[in-house]
Structures are given as C-alpha cells and as structure tokens.
Design a protein around this ligand. Structure first.
Ligand code: NAP
Length: 473
C-alpha cells in the first residue's frame, strides 16, 4: 500500500488469483480501517501544497504519467491479463484508453476558468472561481482495472485534488503498478495513496464517513453504489457513481442484419461480456432475426477461449465461480421458459479450462420479458435475442429497465436514428457505433446506472467547487 509516499505492508496479506487457471500470482497487503484513516490524513496534509501548484505544473506531471503509461504499456497489459483474464490485445487497448485520460485532463487543467458577473449595484463586482474539492476517495472495480483508475485520478489531480484509491480485491496488482507510475511521474508524496484490502467494508466505511474526505467517486455494482452513496450523502460528501447497466441493442427494420450482427458479436463478447456497457438485450426486428442470428452464431462459434496470454484467444475467463454460477442460472432459467440455445450454453472444461472460470460464448434466441436475463445484469458472454414487431414497441421494451447506462441502435434511416436516440432513456447511445466512448466524451448513466459523468468537461466539474466573491468597491 502507498500511504504518504511510503510503501507499506500489513499484518495480513491476501492472494491475487489468475482466473484463467486458479493459480496464485502474488500476495498483497490486506489493509483495514487504520490504513484508510492514515491514507486520508496523508491526502489531507498534501492537499494545500498540491492545490497551490499551477495548472501548468500539474499538467506537466500528468503528461509525464501519460508517457510512462505508453512506455510501460506491455508490462501493464500483462499484469492486467494475469489478474483479470482479458486477452492481451484487449488489455493493451485498455492501457491506451486509460492513458488518454491523463493527456486529456492534463490539457483541460489549463482551462479551469472562472467568470465575472455583472452586478445590479454600481459599487459591486462578482467573481466566480473554481477550486478543487479536496480529498477524493476513489473505489474502482476489477473489470477495467487500469482505465477506471485514470478516469477518476486524472481529473482529480488535474483539478488540484489529492486522493485515496481502493481498488477491487481481484485486481490490486494493476493499481500498485499505477501508483509506482504516478510516483515516477513526479506526483508528490501523499497526493495519491493506495489501500488494498480483501474486506472492503471497514475501508469503505472510513472513505464514506471520514470528515476530511470531501468527495467519493465509485464505479461498481448498483447495490454497492447505492449503499455507499447513501452513507457519503449522509455525511454531505459530493458523490459520483458509475454503476451497472442493462444495455439494449436495437436492430431496426431497415438495418443491415449482417453488419449489426458483426457489431453485436464484437461488443457483446468484449471482456467476456464483463462490461457495464455490454448489450444485455438484443432486440431484433422479426424480419431480420434469421440472418442476424445466423451471422452472430457463425462468428461466435469461431471464438477461441483460453488464457489471455495465448495467441488467438478472444474470450478470457470470468472473474470467479460466482460469475460462472450466474451464467448457468440465467441460461437454465431462459431455457426452461422457452428460449432456444443457438450456441454455447455451458461451462467450458476441455483442455485444462476447468482450472479457470470459462463459460462458452452463448447465443440465446426467443428471449422474453419473464426471463431472468431480461432484467438482471448478465456480466458475462451471453447474447440474448428478443424479437420485436414495431419501432414503438422496441423503444418501450428497451426503456423497460431500472438501468440507464448505454444503448445501441442499428438503422440506415436518419430520421429513425434521431427519433430513437431521443426516446431512449440512457446516458450513452451508439448509433451504428459499438464504441461511443472517449476521454473527451461524457460517460455515465441515468436512473439506477449512476450519478454524474466521467471524462470530458463534465468529468472535471465533478472535482471542482464554485466559489463566489462579491466585492464592494
Ligand atoms: P462491486 O462488487 O460493486 O465492487 C466495486 C468496488 O466496490 C470494488 O472495489 C469492491 O471491493 C468495492 N466494494 C464492494 N463492497 C463495498 C463496501 N461495502 N464498501 C466499500 N467498497 C465496496 O462491483 P464489481 O463486481 O467489482 O464490478 C462490476 C459492476 O461494476 C457491474 O455492475 C458493472 O456494470 C459496474 N461497472 C460500471 C462501470 C460504469 O462506468 N458505469 C464501469 C465498470 C463496471 P472488493 O473488490 O474488495 O469487493
């Protein structure tokens, strides 16, 4: 753990497991409430000096961190593949995406501007300035171990905030590598702190209740996010949450079903389906179901599962046994209620895969609203096809969820694209586009998918207070 610029051990350690074969990769310190308190105090002590640096000084350090990320790209990607399971190529792409936040917010730091406001009084002047909120507590998930860190810490540091990071239990090694990188980039001691732990409860309690934490930023499940946001709000801390999703993927009547199926395959099975913006319900106009399913199934059938370090592997393991059990439960439930299984449907065990948490990439057809998969976030490699008849029906079904993160539309009709874009209650919408994300674009959800946005100007606002000066002259 990194606390006040010193690397610390703890009395206990916990093992980091490779989900591809169950082997132990390394043991890391198992921190507790006392470590979290010291980390918050270190961040608080470091805050005044960091907040006083110029935007140009902070930008230079962030740019150095960006350069180091690219320099260490292969090493970071390998660490991620080992502890998280995603294929090396996908891990490398994530390092590049994660690095983008550092350069984008380095530039944006220089544009934290205030404004003057005309007064109704001749002897008065108003000045509104933006200042860093203070100590930030950042809690991150395991599915995107590196980019979820930079998406939070880059804007926090750019704004002049200091931070305490608590990464997921499954992926602390990537977080440790990133902390070393921040140190090497010249981030002063105490400005970023790291607490690793196997039990998130005591550390989470400190981070959401300590009087010196001014802001909590969380990415993870909706249940945990609601609980943490409730605690933080009760202590009047600013909160932003990036939570679960249940993305609809709409293939409208005029869409090219082959093109749409290619997009669905690339997107659905990315990170073995363990992405918050992964399509969970694929609504296909009844007239296009046959070619869509044929293309999707053919492409899915060619995917190779295995360790992410192996050449040609496009589908890695799930994170743990609980995730495997969830896949079986959703498939069994759908089958028993009348869904068809076009491919996959079971755990993969041949060729040593039984040592890891592998589930076959699966295509379910004729999925209906009474099935678990229609409501519950899958977070795994199952594509659920729901046929529909009319555009209004598809929009109503797509919006029929408590989640509101990402949605996708396939159509060749511009008017239909606009209508659907406007009617969908989701924060991020890809129109014939399977990757509507970038450091420069606001990312976040409506409804139970979260509060606030990350990336873009909005992502920086989350770490800034507005202060008003009224000057009588
Ligand atoms: P999770 O169980 O909610 O965990 C997320 C983080 O919260 C982990 O660091 C976890 O620590 C920590 N945590 C859990 N209980 C806590 C508590 N009582 N106090 C403090 N911290 C606590 O979610 P996950 O399974 O890691 O991630 C998957 C979820 O994240 C999915 O729902 C996915 O959709 C969502 N997600 C959303 C976005 C987005 O941008 N909207 C991006 C990625 C993922 P431990 O690991 O130690 O349990």
């Amino acid at each position: 753990m990194l606390i006040d610029g010193a690397w610390e051990k703890a009395d206990q350690q916990f093992d980091v497991i490779n989900p591809a074969d169950g082997s132990v990769l390394e043991a890391v310190p198992d921190g507790g409430a006392d470590h979290a308190v010291r980390a918050v105090e270190a961040a608080h002590a470091a805050f005044p000096a960091w907040a006083e640096t110029t935007a140009y000084e902070r930008a230079a350090i962030l740019m150095k961190a960006h350069a180091l990320m690219l320099e260490r790209r292969d090493e970071l990607a390998r660490t991620m593949t080992l502890e998280q399971g995603k294929p090396l190529r996908a891990a490398t792409t994530e390092v590049r995406y994660g690095a983008d936040f550092l350069s984008w917010f380095a530039e944006e730091a220089k544009r934290i501007e205030g404004r003057t406001i005309p007064s109704a009084r001749r002897d008065q002047r108003f000045l509104a300035v933006r200042q860093p909120v203070g100590v930030v507590a950042a809690i991150t998930p395991w599915n995107y171990p590196v980019s979820m860190i930079t998406r939070k810490l880059a804007p926090a540091l750019a704004a002049g905030c200091t931070a305490v990071l608590k990464p997921a239990e499954a992926t602390p090694l990537t977080a440790i590598a990133m902390m070393r990188l921040f140190e090497d980039a010249g981030v002063p001691k105490g400005v970023v702190n790291l607490v690793t732990c196997s039990d998130p409860v005591p550390v989470g309690k400190v981070l959401t209740t300590h009087s010196k934490v001014r802001k909590v930023t969380f990415t993870g499940s909706t249940a945990v996010g609601k609980m943490l946001a409730g605690k933080a709000a009760a202590n009047m801390k600013r909160v932003s949450c990036e939570l679960g999703g249940h993305a609809p993927f709409l293939v409208l009547e005029d869409a090219d079903p082959v093109h749409a199926a290619k997009g669905a395959q690339l997107l659905k099975f990315l990170n073995t389906g363990q992405a918050c913006i992964s399509p969970n319900r694929i609504f296909v106009h009844r007239s296009k179901v046959e070619p869509f399913v044929a293309t999707l199934t053919e492409r899915v059938g060619r995917m190779k599962a295995g360790s992410g370090l192996e050449e040609g592997v496009s589908i890695g393991p799930l994170v743990n046994q609980a995730a495997l059990d969830k896949m079986s439960r959703q498939v069994d439930d759908a089958r028993s209620l009348g869904a068809g299984v076009a491919c996959g449907g079971d755990r993969l065990t041949d060729g040593g895969l039984d040592r890891g948490f592998f589930f076959a990439p699966t295509v379910l057809t004729d999925v209906t609203p009474d099935m678990l998969i229609y409501r519950e976030e899958t977070f795994g490699p199952i594509a659920a096809i729901v046929p529909f008849e009319g555009e209004q029906e598809a929009i109503a079904m797509a919006n029929d969820t408590n989640y509101g993160l990402a949605a996708y539309i396939y159509t060749r009709d511009i008017a239909r694209a606009f209508r659907t874009f406007e009617a969908l209650e989701f924060g991020i919408i890809g129109i014939n586009d399977i990757n509507p994300t970038s450091a420069a674009a606001p990312f976040g959800g409506m409804k139970d998918s979260g509060l606030g946005r990350e990336g873009a100007h909005e992502g920086l606002d989350e770490y800034l207070e507005t202060k008003l000066g009224g000057f009588a002259i």
